[in-house]
Design a protein around this ligand. Structure first.
Ligand SMILES: CNC(=N)NC(=O)NC
Length: 302
């Protein structure tokens, strides 16, 4: 089974999460973003675009009134979606500079967005209420490598303490290898999904399929040697022409050629397609009125 993953949370005039969870062509949704990296003992910051009520936990940039997300996650679970909470994005503040800070950040994410834990209820907020995300996505686009491997190892430790539910870790590196931020973490920590941003970078993007420099093969080798033998590699794509820098969007016909080739060549590691992002995809319809994520699902299932 291959999957369609989309980012949601930063779309212009975006619809609610429940509207995307109602789409059978979407399997995984990355909620973006936790975009403020906290100092030890502080709360991280978050931003979900036009969602939430604009209130924050006192003295922090962490949204406290995300009532739409609170109400919608149960619907997404009923629809069988995998809901990941995404850390980073293009606009972040703060920097992880040491392991103590990284462990604090990882524990905060776990106790605030993972399983409800009464033993720590007085120490951590629940921005999404009693909802429990299915895992954490690292979309780290600048600032260097410090902390990410430590955070992922810490999260794995917390996952092992909660063995009755599987939790996932994913990463969204850019296509030049090794990725300046996540390369070390991707090589040395067990990951479940790696959705490479095959756009916005000359000489390795999906649009470079035509000039032979698209580097899926290199990434397939990296993911095949990840500590998790079941790690899956996704082709990350802009969901519309304006979703990425000029010239990086490719249409469904071009995607079909590329996907059929690499899905056939790397049947074990090929996981599917990631789209940046949901609202761009929803508004990018073909002549038959199919959204870009419908077009992607059709390619994967053809
Ligand atoms: C400019 N940054 C982005 N487009 N980021 C992503 O596509 N992250 C998955």
């Amino acid at each position: 089974k291959t999957n369609v993953a989309v980012y949601w949370g930063q779309g212009r005039d975006q619809q609610r999460l429940r509207d995307f969870c109602a789409q059978t062509d979407i399997d995984i949704i990355n909620l973006g973003f936790i975009n403020g990296f906290p100092t030890q003992g502080a709360y991280p910051g978050s931003n979900f675009g036009n969602q939430c009520d604009g209130n924050f936990y006192p003295g922090s940039d962490l949204l406290s009134g995300c009532h739409q997300i609170v109400d919608d996650i149960p619907i997404c679970k009923q629809m069988g979606k995998t809901i990941m909470l995404s850390i980073g994005g293009a606009y972040t503040t703060g920097q992880i500079t040491n392991d103590a800070q990284a462990n604090w950040f990882a524990d905060f994410l776990w106790y605030s967005f993972g399983p409800v834990n009464s033993a720590v209820a007085d120490q951590y907020p629940r921005p999404f209420g009693d909802n429990v995300v299915d895992g954490f996505d690292f979309d780290i686009e600048h600032g260097g490598p410090i902390g990410w491997k430590t955070m992922i190892n810490r999260l794995h430790m917390r996952f092992q303490e909660h063995s009755d539910k599987k939790f996932y870790i994913s990463a969204a590196p850019q296509c030049p290898t090794p990725d300046a931020q996540l390369g070390d973490a991707i090589a040395s920590t067990a990951l479940d999904f790696v959705w490479v941003q095959f756009y916005n970078n000359e000489g390795c993007s999906a649009k470079n399929f035509v000039d032979g420099t698209f580097n899926f093969d290199t990434w397939a080798g990296i993911i095949a040697s990840n500590p998790n033998p079941d790690a899956k590699l996704f082709i990350g794509l802009p969901a519309a022409p304006k979703a990425a820098n000029d010239g990086y969007y490719i249409d469904a016909t071009q995607v079909s050629t590329l996907v059929r080739w690499y899905m056939a060549f790397y049947p074990k590691v090929f996981g599917g397609i990631m789209l940046w992002e949901a609202t761009y995809a929803q508004n990018n319809k073909d002549a038959l009125g199919r959204t870009y994520y419908q077009q992607m699902k059709d390619i994967l299932d053809s």
